[in-house]
Design a protein around this ligand. Sequence first.
Ligand code: SAM
Length: 327
Amino acid sequence: MMPQTLPPDPTGATHIPVLLAEVLAGLAIGPGARVIDATLGGGGHTTAILARSAPGGQVLGIDADPAALRRVAERLADAVATGRLRTAAGNFGNLEQIAIAHNFLAVDAILLDLGVSSFQLETPGRGFSFTLDGPLDMRFDPTQGESAADIVNTWGEEALADLLYRYGEEHKSRRIARYLVQHRPFTTTSALAEAVAKAVGGRRGSRIHPATQTFQALRIAVNQELAQLEAVLPQCLRILKPGGRLAIISFHSLEDRIVKRWMQQGAATTIADPMTPAGWRERTPALVLVNRKPIMASEAEIQQNPRSRSARLRIAERITQQDMAAT
Ligand SMILES: C[S@@+](CC[C@H](N)C(=O)[O-])C[C@H]1O[C@@H](n2cnc3c(N)ncnc32)[C@H](O)[C@@H]1O
């Protein structure tokens, strides 16, 4: 029998899967389930999904970060060896292409646990954290695209300010952007965090570091997180089997707004489904909402894992063929 939780990581870092019981119940994982974990991360959710779907269940675990894939493949080597876990490097913005390449279609469930993992945050060399000194990078896939340093050191003042405002909801975006442009180049996380603190003059009484929103904004821009999220949602519908479930955990309001709107629209609009005898039907909903309000972590979970405080879980079910024919 597979363990429900992973053994400790040799690096000492731990990533505690957020809302684990709620995800397993919401995705209705049972024996033999075929599941895509599109944000494999530390493999926490996948470990539990493999246990719950035994015997015979399979997981396709995707991550843009090659280091995450290597670590999970090593720690779940038995599941890889028996073919129960397949790992794929790639961006979930290309989910359909990846699923086709792995012959992993008409799946029972898809999980998206968005954002950054504790392993990434706690590895100074990845440049995600303002509390650990490291190169200003922040790419999920360190081999692709612009780093945070590229953005901070080359973008114009106005574009930088817009980015901080849009993705960080930073009200002092103009002041910070002006300061950064005057004092650049920046190559390390600590230098950037200090510069932001100087630019805003510190926030008295605030427990939140003044660079929190700047770092969030840069990470979102570097990884084009909102665009990738918008891209993956319709692909999930095409990959799920009728009756299949999609669970999405978001960690800030920009992500949650996208997920909420898309799910609400899907519950009210149509899906082109070649599997239904009637084909495309006007006003046939593409999905049903399993929960109307987002599921949040309990006080007990927040105590154990403070990262879960901002988590919001939304679950939808792709409409079944029977439901479609009945409308
Ligand atoms: C919050 S962690 C997932 C943690 C995982 N559920 C667990 O329990 O260990 C998010 C992971 O998703 C990956 N990720 C984020 N955006 C991605 C994208 N667009 N495509 C592929 N992977 C992505 C990150 O590299 C990170 O490893």
